[in-house]
Design a protein around this ligand. Structure first.
Ligand code: ADE
Length: 232
């Protein structure tokens, strides 16, 4: 998968792309991430990408010109595959695991991280992006949301995690009936007087699976009753 990220703070991505699974995914050539600075598409000598809102009000608004030109240039770099265009903003479709799985099917994603108080509405009119939110709260920009989406999608790409099974039975996944994942334990067998549940050392796979199903239901009922009533 190729992922283009358009931002005015490209250095925010250095750490996240250079560590852990995202780093490995790139090294394995399963993922190619290209970060583009939208400031390079500003037309004045101050490289201005924001301005005051028409009608007044607080904050600054991202200008349409640099964003629209940047998206067009990035897409033109590989015209055969313009990719799914995502604009990160609080008013978008709320990102969740089924959405991550859907995006992981794409060969290319182009993510625009807006900043400031908001963005000129004509960006949406001209580019018709999919609007994506990572939750009902407001961040200072779309960079962290773009990282969240990238991380959640990249780990689902075939060959990125060593063991594909791990994404089948995890929280919110069909193999786990859409519920929270069951509790996990590792060595030591006893920690501060608390023993690992006996069934997990029984070697009886059917019993272990039944215990995990039951625990997933109990955990979900306690923490996220909405997941049970969703009928997964
Ligand atoms: N930009 C600011 N807040 C956001 C959110 N919750 N999701 C996506 N983009 C955002």
């Amino acid at each position: 998968m190729r992922v283009d990220i358009l931002t005015i703070f490209p250095s925010m991505f250095i750490g996240v792309l250079g560590e852990s699974i995202l780093k490995i995914a790139q090294e394995k050539n399963k993922l190619r991430v290209v970060v583009t600075d939208m400031r390079d598409f500003a037309t004045d000598r101050h490289k201005k990408v924001d301005d005051r809102p028409y009608g007044g009000g607080p904050g600054m608004v991202m200008m349409a010109g640099p964003v629209v030109q940047a998206v067009r240039a990035v897409r033109a770099a590989e015209p055969a595959d313009p990719g799914r265009l995502l604009l990160l903003c609080p008013r978008g479709r709320v990102f969740d695991q089924p959405f991550a799985r859907e995006l992981a099917q794409a060969s290319r994603l182009v993510m625009v991280a807006a900043h400031y108080e908001g963005y000129d509405e004509r960006i949406v009119e001209c580019l018709q992006p999919e609007l994506v939110s990572i939750g009902d709260y407001v961040l200072t920009g779309g960079e962290l949301p773009a990282m969240v989406v990238l991380d959640a999608v990249a780990r689902l790409l075939p060959g990125v995690l060593g063991d594909e099974q791990s994404t089948v039975s995890e929280s919110f996944s069909p193999g786990n009936e859409g519920l929270l994942e069951y509790p996990q334990y590792t060595r030591p067998a006893v920690f501060e007087g608390r023993a690992v549940p006996e069934v997990l050392s029984s070697g009886d796979h059917a019993k272990v699976a039944a215990w995990r199903r039951e625990q997933a239901r109990l955990l979900s009922a306690r923490q996220r009753p909405d997941l049970l009533s969703a009928g997964c």
